[in-house]
Design a protein. Structure first.
Lengths: 288, 289
């Protein structure tokens, strides 16, 4: 049984751990850096190769598609799906998860609670809705990760400043209701459609974002039944059998604020002691 | 009378608006630029243009320019189950994905111009060494760049950003033909080596209509290369070249689309409505004769 892991050029903790665990289970494991893959389409069919190695020769595929290669990664997964490969992440999930507003659409379609959020390309139409919002509000880059590209505006005027900056750089304007919470969020890691591990992340003092990468602290956390159900429902909505789901406890109950198709799990493994990498590769093995 | 929303960039929208107003009436057709649309989720999943929910229309014509295709996909995703669209969200998603789109069409028997796709400059250099020059590079936005040597290739590659998907194929000496297909109408023009009107033959008509059917779209523009009497698909666009077709073929594509949409929405004539009333009255009073 041969496994191909498709990921970024620079392997992070997650890619290294996945390779480590995969070598214990699969007969052969290869790592392909997405940027090095070349797709060939002709009238006889198609192929996805790195030099002479074809992805189509592998039995199992484990994708780790970073944001910068989301379109190319989506194209590759679409072809793999067309070739009959069973993927733990659908092609649409890559775009759906990296695009923060599309994530919310998928979730809302499936009855998962999401914050009140607006998206527009034009600055003027957004300004009109600012009067109807309660402050603070959250403004985000449509594509951002690890807490980067998340901005808070305490008033209409400060929101306008941020919006002007986004418009200046031709960025879509994403405005979200701020869900009050004590500066912490929950990361649930879903494997095979079920929550495998979870932790709480607490923002550092003076910061609202709880991401570990920007100074947040992690601690073990057992999800409530409601939180578990929401996390699994969110993963299903995005058609991701392996992913990270971020939840915050709002005044009306848990709310999903983000999904991660390329979720990190270094913190999770460290704080929970659970072997997330093994769970992932074992699940991918089952899919074949 | 059905209400029509056209969501398109200003220039292309300006071709469509008058033709749709001729068919459906001024008050029933509105043009919205993508910058005028607000999407919302939370309490309600909605796309709004000014004071109107986009789903209040009976038909939405989407003309998604390349850089905004994700936004259009989101519109289609939000309203697609409630309103008729000129193209469905599944097909729109394929436009993210030219390799998969062409692979799918090829599986349906459509001949395609073979190509490679890469996302890193080093891959381009390897391919060029293998395939030789001249080459044609293009992005998912459709811009074509002819590359005759390594030096030019290096210069061109500097313009592509990290992760950007680039298509590469050999440059082929062949007539390039653009075809606009909408319903049963298939209109073709030759665009290279010289520009001229053409008569669309049976083969080209059939393959064009087949592609439209596979895409489940109301209209589409196709670019073919004619090689030894056969047509090979080179690119697909959801935004027709209104001006080019008008100039070369004399045909008004906007009028063609409007007429087709009218047919599709089954807008009965007064005569048809009266016939229907007479039939119902007869049934009511004494059965059909």
């Amino acid at each position: 049984m041969k496994l191909a892991i498709i990921g970024p050029i620079k392997r992070g903790y997650e890619e290294i751990r996945l390779l480590e665990e995969a070598k214990r289970i699969f007969d052969s494991v290869s790592y392909f850096a997405i940027p090095q893959l070349v797709v060939e389409i002709n009238n006889e069919g198609f192929d996805i190769k790195y030099k002479q190695k074809s992805l189509l020769d592998y039995d199992a595929i484990l994708p780790r598609i970073p944001r910068s290669y989301k379109n190319y990664g989506t194209a590759i997964l679409s072809l793999l799906e067309l070739a009959g490969k069973r993927l733990p992440i659908k092609p649409i999930s890559v775009i759906g998860s990296h695009n923060k507003f599309l994530t919310l659409i998928f979730l809302a379609e499936n009855g998962v609670p999401v914050p009140e959020t607006y998206l527009a390309l034009g600055r003027d139409v957004v300004e009109k809705i600012l009067d109807s919002l309660s402050y603070p509000v959250v403004l985000k880059l449509l594509y951002g990760s690890r807490g980067l590209g998340v901005m808070f505006a305490d008033s209409k005027n400060s929101a306008i400043s941020v919006i002007d900056a986004l418009a200046r750089f031709n960025e879509p304007i994403f405005v979200e209701e701020f869900v009050p919470n004590p500066g912490e969020d929950i990361r649930a890691y879903v494997v095979g459609g079920k929550v495998f591990a979870s932790m709480k992340r607490v923002a550092k003092e003076g910061e609202r974002r709880a991401n570990i990468g920007i100074g947040g602290k992690g601690m073990t956390y057992e999800l409530s039944e409601e939180e578990k159900e929401i996390a699994e429902k969110a993963a299903k909505a995005l058609e991701m059998e392996i992913c990270g789901i971020d939840i915050i406890q709002g005044p009306k109950g848990p709310v999903v604020i983000e999904t991660n198709v390329n979720a990190q799990f270094q913190g999770l493994e460290k704080f929970t002691g659970k072997n997330v990498a093994r769970a992932i590769v074992e699940y991918v093995r089952e899919l074949v | 009378m059905p209400r029509i929303a056209i969501i398109a960039p200003e220039k292309e929208g300006s071709f469509l608006l008058p033709e749709f107003r001729k068919e459906f009436g001024d008050e029933n057709v509105k043009l919205f630029k993508p910058e005028g649309i607000v999407l919302s989720v939370g309490n309600k999943l909605e796309a709004r243009a000014g004071n109107e929910g986009v789903e209040s229309f009976d038909y939405i014509l989407l003309l998604p320019p390349g850089p905004k295709k994700e936004f259009f996909y989101m519109i289609a995703r939000i309203v697609g189950n409630k309103v008729k669209l000129s193209i469905n969200k599944e097909t729109l998603f394929y436009f993210w994905n030219p390799p998969a789109l062409f692979a799918k069409l090829s599986r349906h028997g459509v001949k395609i111009v073979p190509f490679f796709v890469f996302a890193h400059p080093s891959s381009a250099q390897d391919l060029a060494a293998r395939e030789g020059f001249p080459l044609v590079l293009s992005t998912t936005l459709g811009k074509r760049i002819f590359v005759n040597n390594e030096e030019t290739l290096e210069d061109v590659l500097k313009f592509f950003s990290t992760g950007q998907m680039v298509r590469l194929r050999k440059s082929i000496k062949a007539d390039a033909i653009k075809v606009f297909v909408c319903g049963s109408e298939v209109i073709g023009i030759k665009i290279s080596p010289e520009v001229s009107r053409i008569r669309v033959g049976k083969d080209l008509r059939e393959i064009s209509r087949k592609i439209l059917e596979i895409l489940e779209a109301d209209f589409v523009e196709l670019r073919f290369l004619e090689i030894e009497g056969e047509y090979y698909l080179d690119s697909i666009s959801l935004v027709p070249s209104f001006e080019e077709f008008k100039e070369v073929s004399g045909r008004n594509l906007a009028a063609v689309i409007a007429a087709e949409v009218k047919k599709k929405l089954h807008v009965p004539s007064l005569g048809e409505v009266l016939d229907r009333i007479v039939l119902e009255v007869r049934k009511f009073f004494g059965g059909e004769r």
